[in-house]
Ligand binder design. Structure first.
Ligand code: GLN
Length: 190
């Protein structure tokens, strides 16, 4: 498969390495004409306000929405999760609206900027997944078609609506390929 990594800002290189380690081609995406031939797309962590502005400037929203509409797997991690959600709490910012969910930015508070924990993930077998959270959001509300895949202390940190996966943590920062493999298998017609 040819998997795009949105490379406008943030930690796209680690995702590129993770996809290559899974045996697939990883293409850094910065322009609309680079989206059409993809079999999937990752929107990395970074600063969601900045990435949103750059998506707008590069006119990338429509091609990404079209890719999602034809069933290609889409993964948003951390800031990427914020950009996939339909709504951001107390924040008026356009998003891609690809998963019916409300997110809260910097949801774990300023004191706990980052932390790691082990998560049980629905659909991922074996030992719990090590999850690295960095100024992470979480999901406060989901629509009826959204499947909650993992929670941390009662908050939703991983969810899926069909081929679209929203992940509050950074699977690209561990050596464990299972979340990227799960994403690669998530494509289907909605
Ligand atoms: N706090 C960032 C935001 O709101 C997300 C942090 C991250 O992607 N690691 O955009």
């Amino acid at each position: 498969m040819s998997i795009g990594i949105l490379a406008l800002q943030g930690d796209f290189e680690k995702h590129q390495q993770a996809i290559e380690a899974c045996g697939h081609e990883a293409v850094l995406v910065r322009r609309p004409d680079e989206v059409g031939g993809l079999d999937g797309l990752i929107i990395p962590g970074g600063e969601s306000t900045t990435i949103a502005k750059l998506i707008d400037r590069a006119e990338l929203a429509e091609p990404i929405q079209a890719l999602a509409a034809r069933g290609a797997p889409i993964l948003g991690t951390c800031a990427g999760m914020i950009l996939l959600a339909t709504d951001i709490e107390d924040y008026d910012q356009p998003t891609l609206r690809l998963i019916n969910a409300t997110v809260r930015r910097n949801a774990f508070g300023r004191q706990v900027d980052s932390f790691e924990t082990d998560l049980d993930v629905a659909g991922i077998d074996g030992e719990p997944l090590r999850a690295v959270f960095i100024r992470a959001p979480f999901i406060t509300e989901v629509g009826p078609d959204v499947e909650v895949l993992a929670e941390f202390e009662g908050t939703i940190v991983l969810a899926r609506e069909g081929n679209v996966i929203a992940c509050a943590f950074h699977p690209e920062l561990t050596e464990d390929p299972r979340l990227h493999q799960f994403f690669l298998a998530a494509g289907r017609t909605r």
